[in-house]
Design a protein around this ligand. Structure first.
Ligand SMILES: NC(=O)c1ccc[n+]([C@@H]2O[C@H](COP(=O)([O-])OP(=O)(O)OC[C@H]3O[C@@H](n4cnc5c(N)ncnc54)[C@H](OP(=O)(O)O)[C@@H]3O)[C@@H](O)[C@H]2O)c1
Length: 206
């Protein structure tokens, strides 16, 4: 069992929190609007509600906010994130859906890693899974990347607890390509697949 804090109250926060609770994890919901956070926690059942900006209860902290907000949120938390395993789930896609809002050559995960306390460890995960696909409890692949082995072990165990298959994609430099995969998925939805009811997985052939 893991202890998880989720910052954000939207689609991904709700989907991840639901699966995390079903998997027996301790879940803390945190939002800038405490009333909305309480409503989400009550709807989920079994989650606690944290205070935005104060030290999260969870060992793992999921940043479930848009890329435009993620660095301000991390800055707002400051040292309160010290020692935490931070999961960045952002798809920092530009409004024209043709590129990224991140600085050239960087990634959302790298920008988050630069902003968190030195004792915190960032793992990129869940950005290649659509929230509505995650919600119903299907078995899916979750690609993740990060530089700290212990942090990745924690995140991998957490992913397994959700009934999902964790697939280690490598170091944090790979986050850039996971984010590119997020853009690829949106492009597939808007072209060949024609809808968002699909997932990205790996078929391992014997
Ligand atoms: N949706 C997907 O299928 C999907 C898949 C993979 C990855 N992602 C990534 O997951 C992240 C969340 O996506 P989502 O679809 O869950 O978005 P969403 O439904 O729009 O929810 C975003 C949440 O972020 C909160 N937020 C925004 N700015 C904030 C700030 N400055 N301080 C505190 N909270 C703030 C919002 O708070 P309020 O409720 O107070 O407005 C809202 O609860 C994004 O980075 C996205 O790229 C999404």
């Amino acid at each position: 069992m893991s202890s998880i804090s989720i910052i954000g109250l939207g689609n991904m926060a709700g989907a991840l929190a639901g699966r995390a609770l079903a998997g027996g994890n301790a879940v803390e919901i945190i939002g800038r609007d405490r009333v909305k956070a309480k409503e989400l926690a009550a709807a989920l059942g079994g989650a606690t509600v944290g205070t935005f900006g104060t030290a999260p209860a969870g060992h793992i902290v999921i940043l479930a906010v848009p890329y435009a907000s993620v660095l301000p949120v991390v800055a707002h938390y400051g040292d309160a994130l010290a020692g935490k395993v931070i999961i960045d789930i952002c798809n920092p896609i530009a409004p024209d859906l043709k590129g990224f809002a991140t600085p050239d050559g960087s990634s959302a995960a790298h920008e988050v890693a630069k902003a968190v306390p030195a004792s915190a460890h960032v793992v990129k995960a869940f950005n290649t899974v659509f929230g509505h696909i995650l919600a119903p409890g299907r078995q899916l692949d979750v690609l993740f990347a990060g530089d700290d082995t212990r942090a990745k072990t924690s995140v991998s165990a957490f992913i397994e607890s959700l009934g999902l298959r964790p697939l280690d994609a490598g170091g944090l430099e790979v986050a850039r390509w996971l984010e590119a995969a997020g853009l690829l998925m949106i492009s597939l939805a808007n072209h060949g697949v024609g809808n968002f009811n699909f997932t990205l997985g790996v078929s391992i052939l014997s």
